[in-house]
Design a protein around this ligand. Structure first.
Ligand code: NAG
Ligand code: NAG
Ligand code: NAG
Length: 432
């Protein structure tokens, strides 16, 4: 009995840490997340099932409408001034989600397993306006990479309705690890550089297929049983949560059913492969990385692929600082390999399951690019847990946005909506 109580106390203690407490330089950040949980029976709703055609799922979700990977979202238009969502049994209790109407600022709330949460009311900013975004666009995104939600039902006011919002015309996908998933940034997935690029481009769909600790090489790395060269082909990530739902038989990701096909795929992988703890050889890394690109080329034949140079952190060097990089030669060789006339005249694609890649008869135009990150971050852009600070993530995102604009001619069309939440640092004293 005593032991049980101790276990319960410990569990509650841990929960209060994980459910949305943000530590900023070791101090608890004041957040005032609204409590949105309601009793649905006390409201007069029109209710829709999770597979209603008007609902657009962004990022990767499985057939049970469970979210995975980083910053997965749900978007729909609606009439009236009320929106509530009921979350299913596969929701991790206390998952922090961001939500908003149109381009208003994000609001965050902890959602609960089996709970119904009222996210839009007549007081919600933007609910009364029908311009410039019409119909009113509701968006929700999961902030944490390890937690997830299951959509059970969506409710609007009685007599109101959901409205289908067509996808944007441009799509970008990120394939990565913790550096792309926003690990250790304030709002995690919604503070990551990958989200910052996807959202920051404006009018662009984005997938952040990233999970902390994962290697590209198909082996166990920091507790992830498989590498991205394998897992990228599946709906679910390598979390214990996914394993609890799907065991050893995860659902293959249905590339055919994607709402839009990515035009650009950015890969940032190798920081975990490079760590001696994971014992990945350079040859195994190069082989897996090439296969992943061949997989992307097979699934999205028209996509441009951007390989990101790695940054591994900084160290004090005499009277200044210096940067560690990893697999520099290997990454350059990979990019060169895909741009060689030999490869382009008979490119190979890989489907993620068979051992060997398939040679295509049709030649390809060059589609693999190299984004050099050297010089973007400095030593104080990395926090004590070896990941970029919010400022570091914003720097990487800003440079990558400009790279994408210059390389692919993508105009930056976001002209005001909030991208990074709570990054308004200012000085309003004109002298001191
Ligand atoms: C969300 O979780 C955090 C951490 O447990 C807690 O401090 C906060 O009060 C919660 N908010 C609501 C509305 O329950
Ligand atoms: C989820 O957490 C809330 C507190 O935030 C608690 O009241 C509720 O009982 C929990 N639900 C489950 C299913 O654990
Ligand atoms: C590392 O991998 C090599 C083979 O690539 C193997 O011989 C060696 O035993 C491994 N070391 C550890 C510590 O697992």
């Amino acid at each position: 009995m005593r032991l049980e109580m101790w276990v319960l106390a410990l569990t509650l203690g841990l929960c209060s840490v994980v459910e949305g407490t943000i530590l900023q330089n070791g101090q608890v950040r004041e957040t005032n997340f609204p409590n949105t949980k309601i009793n649905p029976a006390a409201h007069d709703f029109k209710t829709y099932a999770a597979d209603t055609a008007e609902l657009s799922y962004k990022g990767r979700w499985d057939s049970k409408k469970v979210s995975y990977w980083s910053a997965p979202g749900l978007v729909f238009g609606f009439s009236g001034d009320m929106v509530a969502i009921s979350f299913g049994e596969h929701t991790i209790n206390g998952t922090l989600v961001g939500y908003r109407i149109g381009g208003m600022d994000w609001t965050f709330t902890n959602v609960t397993t089996g709970g119904t949460h009222l996210l839009v009311t007549p007081e919600t900013p933007g609910v009364g306006e029908t311009y410039p975004i019409n119909p009113k666009r509701f968006e929700m995104r999961v902030s944490n990479w390890g937690y997830g939600v299951q959509i059970d039902k969506v409710h609007v006011g009685a007599g109101e309705s959901l409205i289908k919002i067509p996808p944007y015309k441009r799509t970008i996908e990120f394939i990565g690890d913790s550096l792309s998933a926003g690990d250790f940034q304030s709002y995690e997935g919604l503070s990551s550089f990958a989200y910052g690029v996807g959202e920051g481009l404006g009018k662009t769909e984005y997938y952040v297929t990233a999970f902390p600790g994962i290697c590209v090489t198909d082996q166990e790395c920091w507790g992830n049983p498989r590498g991205q060269v394998h897992q990228w082909f599946y709906s679910s990530d390598t979390s214990w949560r996914a394993a609890g739902i799907w065991g050893d038989n995860p659902e293959p990701w249905d590339f055919e059913k994607m709402e839009t096909t990515p035009d650009i795929v950015v890969i940032n992988l190798g920081t975990n492969d490079n760590n001696v703890a994971n014992n990945v050889s350079a040859a195994a890394y190069v082989d897996a990385y090439k296969k992943l690109i061949q997989g992307v080329h097979g699934k999205y034949p028209k996509a441009q692929v951007v390989v990101m140079e790695l940054w591994l952190g900084f160290y004090k060097y005499g009277n200044s600082y210096a940067q560690n990089q990893g697999f520099q030669k290997e990454l350059q060789d990979i990019v060169e390999y895909f741009n060689s006339p030999e490869y382009l005249s008979a490119p190979t694609i890989w489907d993620g399951t068979t051992k060997t890649a398939k040679t295509l008869r049709t030649p390809s135009k060059p589609f693999v690019h190299y984004f050099r990150t050297k010089g973007i971050l400095q030593h104080n852009d990395i926090g004590p847990q070896y990941h970029p600070t919010d400022v570091g993530a914003i720097k990487v995102a800003s440079h990558l946005l400009q790279y994408i604009k210059m390389t692919f001619g993508w105009d930056l069309v976001a002209t005001g909506p909030e991208v990074f939440h709570e990054t308004l640092y200012w000085n309003d004293q004109n002298s001191y």
